[in-house]
Design a protein around this ligand. Structure first.
Ligand SMILES: Cc1cc2nc3c(=O)[nH]c(=O)nc-3n(C[C@H](O)[C@H](O)[C@H](O)COP(=O)(O)OP(=O)(O)OC[C@H]3O[C@@H](n4cnc5c(N)ncnc54)[C@H](O)[C@@H]3O)c2cc1C
Length: 273
């Protein structure tokens, strides 16, 4: 992107869009971030449930944590850590053999540093969307992207036909902008005219999307029979992982000692659903 790019639209306020918007804004680019959702996070989402008795439960039902494998990302993450946006999740992990009914390989899964957003996985995106130079517009689905030859800019229109403005560049972080799946969800053609970009369209089709069910459970007392805070399932067709969200740093557990867990299905099981 050239230095002359002063006005950029970023579609998607998940981690890709939020980091992109924040980095561009730090270089003096005016960024407008659009997301269909009510807030930032995308698949690094957190769900809030208020029970009848007023108890508030929160579950990271998207990505449970992230790891870092490059020095460049490590530098960014240590900046987030210094700002209190993320913390290392120091917990015990294992594997649960469903046939044997036993936990094994204690800590094998815990050899890599795991980071979580604080107080929720979406905290990182939320904070990046508030940075100077970033204007975030939630609840707005970009429904159409038109290249204006004479103005050399992109004109964006929302799904309900509202003019969202003209931009020098557009960064789209979800393949739905050029995928037939968008039509399945909205009944409208994808925002980007696929016939103009046939190669891009083919490339997008090749990006796999693996479905997953998330089961969110809350317990008034700690689960005595589970000796770890996270485990993968072995010999299970339906379940892949379970994580104790309330054991993550920065989570408030009400009532005290209660536990919240998120179980994730295998992609194969979710595909059948
Ligand atoms: C259950 C689950 C478990 C996971 N576990 C892990 C894990 O253990 N480790 C790991 O590294 N990753 C994991 N992931 C994957 C990780 O969460 C994603 O790779 C990552 O969050 C994707 O971020 P993103 O910004 O690229 O996309 P997304 O988070 O999907 O963000 C895209 C955003 O674009 C918005 N959008 C799309 N189209 C439009 C439009 N036309 N107009 C406006 N907005 C639009 C969407 O609303 C969405 O918010 C998991 C994901 C899930 C769901």
């Amino acid at each position: 992107m050239s230095a002359a790019a002063t006005n950029v639209a970023v579609i998607g306020a998940g981690i890709s869009g939020a980091v992109c918007a924040s980095l561009l804004a730090a270089r003096g680019v005016a960024v407008t971030l659009f997301d269909s959702g009510r807030g930032a996070g995308g698949r690094m989402a957190q769900r809030r449930e208020v029970m009848d008795d007023g108890t508030e439960l929160r579950f990271d039902h998207g990505a449970p944590y992230f790891t870092v494998s490059s020095d460049e990302v490590a530098r960014v993450v240590s900046g987030w850590e210094a700002r209190g946006l993320v913390a290392e999740w120091k917990a015990m992990f294992a594997c649960f053999d469903r046939e044997a009914g036993k936990f094994r390989d204690f800590d094998k899964e815990g050899t890599t540093k795991k980071y979580v957003g604080v107080p929720g996985m979406n905290s990182i995106c939320k904070s990046l969307c508030l940075e100077d130079g970033v204007v975030a517009r939630f609840g707005v689905t970009v429904g159409k992207m038109d290249w204006l030859q004479n103005g050399s800019s992109w004109s964006l229109t929302s799904l309900d036909g509202k003019d969202l403005g003209n931009f020098d560049y557009v960064v789209a972080t979800d393949k739905n902008v050029a995928s037939h799946k968008f039509s399945g969800l909205t009944g409208r053609p994808p925002p980007l005219d696929l016939s103009v970009f046939p190669n891009l369209s083919t490339m997008f089709q090749d990006i796999p999307v693996r479905p997953c069910f998330a089961l969110m459970l809350a317990f008034s007392e700690p689960l005595a029979m589970v000796p770890v805070q996270g485990f993968s399932f072995y010999n299970s067709d339906s379940l892949s992982w379970a994580f104790c969200d309330s054991s993550k740093p920065g989570r408030v557990c009400l009532p005290p000692n209660s536990q919240s867990w998120v179980l994730r299905s295998t992609a194969e099981y979710a595909s059948k659903g």
